[in-house]
Design a protein around this ligand. Sequence first.
Ligand code: BG6
Length: 471
Amino acid sequence: MADRFPKDFLWGASSSAFQIEGGWDEGGKGMTVADHNSFKRSHKQADSKVASDFYNHWKEDIALMKELGMKIYRFSLSWARIIPDGDGEVNQQGIAFYNDVINCLLEHGIQPFVTLYHFDLPYALVEKYNGWEDRRCVYAFERYAKICFGQYGDRVKYWQVINEQNLMIRVDERMNINEADPLKADRIRAQMDYHMFLAHALASKACHELVKDGKVGPAVSSTCTYPLTNKPEDVWAARMNDCMKTVYCLDMHYYGRYPGYYMRYLNERGIVPVMMEGDEEILKHGRMDYIALNYYRTLCASYLPADGSHPVGMRVYRGNEVDFDQYGYCRDEKNENLAASEYGAQIDPMGLRIVLNDYYSRYHVPLIITENGLGMGDELTADNQVHDPYRIDYIKGHLKACSLAIQDGVDLMGYSPWSFMDLLSSHQGFKKRYGFVYVNREDMDLKDLARIKKDSFYWYQNVIRTNGEEL
Ligand code: BG6
């Protein structure tokens, strides 16, 4: 099938700072929430201290990116490497590090595709005022964003403000929510979420003002939820699961206001965040230019009427099988029609076609996939090879879905799977690997950190070379 993908399609691969860099306290970098959380698990798995050691291997890694044929590299800057305490002095060594990386990428013909904040809030801001709970964090972020646009905006044209705000907000550990009372916790959560929306809008506005031809957008965690049956209640439960987890967030980025069902949720739960005069204006001017979406799996749900025995709140209650309490409860179900990965992700290329069509018809802005991939326990053979046909199958299926979505009329500008190389997975360390490049280390043994190209590397290299004609 010729011309599956446009000529200027942005082929890439992705990563994030705390998951690859290492050098966690080198070059003046401050501690982050991601470091803090990973150190809690240091006794049983890899942490962010060394991770994939990109901090010391970046030249070699970028050479491999070129060999792979990447047109873009999606990665994040570490706020605490640039401003160690979040809102104080700028660390020139941090600025220089990312200048070197960006220049090297450009010299190799790779466009930097940069995220400002990927789960790694400077820990000093948590100590000062519990991070996003306090409005000062919004202004600290705006300042950080402006510094980045000023330093790198002459060369970096594509920016994502926050990675997966819509997922991060549900994970207490990532937000540093330590409140036992669910209602109080949800009040804090709603305020933090709102502050991040403000931060997103201010940063987007600043990008438009400071970066010539700059494009800015969110990176959302995307999925679609199927109803278990065609009972209207199940259909509604499935739809609301997507609305409460993702669509409300995209609506906020696009229209600058919460949709009605979300406002109703906040009102009924009594957790409407504190909003200040002038905020409406800020939110309205932060419009996204494109949507970056991270897609791994789909979900399935059935309606579960509230009966008082279920915990309330919008957190993910995996253990209790209860997801949110608005318009009735919703139960996570297994989809018998889909195979699951060894880590339980329901693999579903068709779901990606649905999501791409859905987002494009809602907002009519260009889309790009910034994460998609399969985490597995890859084996290194005695002759230093990694055979990962399962990863090739996964990506091939999802690329076919992308090509169909493009034929459906979706403006999909690129595909940047997770991940360029093996990196730190929050709960499985280096046991679960996503990369095209194997990093030779184990959780508790750093070995030689050698970079080894997997079978999927050569396969993806050919996909890029043929612009997707040979999948
Ligand atoms: C995404 C995150 O949600 O999922 C990444 O943006 C993360 O940071 C990826 O690594 C895969 O999740 P996990 O838990 O398998 O590493």
